[in-house]
Design a protein around this ligand. Structure first.
Ligand SMILES: Cc1cc2nc3c(=O)[nH]c(=O)nc-3n(C[C@H](O)[C@H](O)[C@H](O)COP(=O)(O)OP(=O)(O)OC[C@H]3O[C@@H](n4cnc5c(N)ncnc54)[C@H](O)[C@@H]3O)c2cc1C
Length: 528
């Protein structure tokens, strides 16, 4: 194999400029390594990219995926480690009330971190449940504190579970308890339980299957806020790429990696359209299952061969509509979640994957109420997400079902007061599970990656220092700690530390890392 090595500095390749890849690049660029990102698309951000659509009226901008920006602390610390301050690069707006929940069964909750208002909202369903909120918050504050060491450290083997900080947290995992069952200890009304468990959607899982550990997701929203970065989550990606490039990262767009090259089990380089290049370490940010099954020979993967990957549990997929509208939707909150009456059945349909759900729950973001510049003057954007099945076997024929499901989704928007929408559409883009799979390289269209059941968490998730190969590392939603932006940023931090150790890199090029890390900590008002 003839490969060119251009410098004597250790060379690191990152496959993918998604949030995990960009965060890893920022951190690794602070060492003496030379860092190259290969991104197959002509833009950064992956599932967190900005969709830009020019219309006659001007530009519409949508986030492709994430719209809830949670727990900014981790990214703020990463910026500090790079000698920057997140608040100099991004304008984060706290959304409060953080979202409106509409129940088909009847009733609404405007979820807020204002303790008195939230108690009033919940008391309308059940006074006892309102009283339990502060107990839920206190218990989950302790749970997050106990579990943080496990979330912030690598899980290289089962032995890592025995580390003192981690061991202490294990009982709190309640391995066999679902999130819904756990919440029944606090809340009697099923709708209130849903208000504290629908967040399992961020993991693409049903609250009836999702491990109870993930009650910390709702807690994090109330404790640390739900934020909107001005310009959308895509603006976060732009800020990260800028810091990475300023630090010397070679960011190559439109540069798909075709193969990771090995000498035995050791990664030695990358093949792309430009030819082969030698690298000392390869960081995979591309979707884990997709990347392994296409870029790495099956025969050298012991723990994660193709047939095992195929039988793992994966998250659901999503049917997306990005609508650029003439006029606005003034009475609609920034975030609205509609929970259908047969929520359980809805999830069963999604798990079976035989047909599109008949009576789906959905989520709508009306970002222009907070950030009008996302649409041209006199216009607005709507982002509609409907959880649907990933491709299971032959899967649903989305080419055949796309139009009828679009009609169903538009009709259902009326349930949250959005009427007369179709006539006003000036731009429209739809993503089905088939698009996620084929256009965005997401394995079977499972948008939120490997599921987060206990058998696929911690040391049982593909590891940051990838256990099957030497010189291959993982960042992003497919590795520890999991899917969702804050933990993806954490994965980049864990992985960068491991690479720094393994390659003996000199850390700390950033000159001033003593800046205050967390201006986002204080709650707006008294926290629940
Ligand atoms: C619809 C949706 C809604 C979401 N909502 C939220 C939310 O509200 N809050 C939240 O915190 N999280 C949310 N998430 C989850 C998560 O934050 C995002 O999916 C996130 O973008 C995943 O980041 P990642 O680092 O794993 O990489 P990805 O975003 O998957 O990026 C991987 C990159 O690798 C590139 N790539 C793939 N193959 C190759 C190759 N061969 N060569 C070079 N490059 C390659 C891809 O093009 C892509 O740019 C959401 C996800 C989705 C899909």
């Amino acid at each position: 194999m003839s490969m060119t090595s251009r410098s004597s500095r250790p060379r690191i390749a990152i496959v993918g400029a998604g949030p995990g890849g960009l965060a890893a690049a920022m951190l690794l660029a602070q060492t003496d390594a030379s860092v190259t990102i290969f991104e197959r698309l002509d833009h950064i951000g992956g599932r967190s990219a900005t969709i830009k659509a020019r219309s006659q009226a001007g530009m519409f901008r949508f986030d492709t995926g994430p719209t809830f920006f949670l727990y900014p602390r981790i990214l703020a610390e990463i910026f500090v480690a790079c000698g920057r301050r997140l608040e100099d690069h991004l304008d984060l707006i706290r959304i409060d009330p953080q979202y409106r929940l509409v129940f088909e069964e009847g009733g609404e909750i405007r979820a807020t971190s204002d303790a008195a208002d939230m108690a009033r909202e919940i008391a309308r369903f059940s006074p006892d449940d309102a009283a339990a909120v502060s107990r839920f918050m206190a218990d989950n504050r302790a749970k997050l504190a106990a579990f943080r060491p496990a979330l912030e450290s690598p899980m290289n083997s089962a032995l890592d579970l025995l580390r003192p900080g981690v061991l202490k947290a294990l009982p709190g995992l309640r391995p066999h308890q679902s999130l819904d069952r756990y919440l029944a200890r606090y809340f009697k009304d099923e709708r209130v339980r849903l208000a504290f468990s629908f967040q399992s959607k961020y993991l693409g899982m049903s609250p009836f299957r999702c491990p109870s550990l993930f009650s910390i997701l709702a807690f994090i929203e109330y404790e640390f806020g739900v934020w909107h970065p001005r310009g959308g989550c895509g603006a976060v990606m732009t800020a990260m790429a800028r810091v990475a490039e300023d630090a010397g990262v070679d960011l190559r767009l439109g540069a798909p990696v075709q193969e990771i090259l090995f000498d035995g089990r050791r990664a030695v380089g990358i093949r792309s359209a430009r030819g082969t290049e030698r690298f000392d370490a390869v960081v995979v940010n591309a979707d884990f299952a997709q990347a392994m099954t296409t870029l790495v020979p099956d025969s050298i993967r012991r723990r994660w061969p193709d047939r095992r990957i195929a039988t793992r549990k994966f998250s659901c997929s999503t049917f997306m509509m990005y609508l650029g509208l003439e006029g606005d939707v003034p009475d609609l909150d920034h975030h609205t979640i509609y929970l259908s009456r047969d929520y359980r059945h809805n999830f069963t349909e999604i798990e079976q994957g035989l047909a599109p759900p008949a009576n789906p729950s959905f989520y709508v973001q009306n970002a222009c109420v907070t950030d009008p510049d996302l649409a041209p003057p006199g216009h607005s954007t709507l982002y509609v997400l409907v959880p649907v099945a990933r491709r299971i076997g032959a899967g649903i024929d989305w080419d055949a079902n796309r139009d009828s499901f679009r009609r169903l989704a538009l009709e259902r928007l009326q349930r949250i007061g959005i009427r007369d929408v179709e006539r006003r559409i000036r731009f429209e883009k739809i993503l089905t599970p088939t698009n996620w799979e084929h256009d965005l390289n997401v394995y079977t269209g499972a948008t939120f990656n490997l599921a987060h059941n206990l058998g696929q968490m911690l040391h049982m998730r593909p590891r940051n220092r990838f256990e099957d190969l030497d010189g291959v590392y993982l960042v992003g939603g497919g590795t520890h700690p999991g899917s969702g932006l804050p933990v993806i940023f954490e994965s980049a931090r864990i992985t960068s530390k491991l690479i720094t150790q393994d390659l003996g890199l000199t850390a700390g090029r950033a000159t001033d890392t003593s800046l205050p890390a967390d201006p986002y900590q204080p709650a707006l008002k008294e926290v629940v």
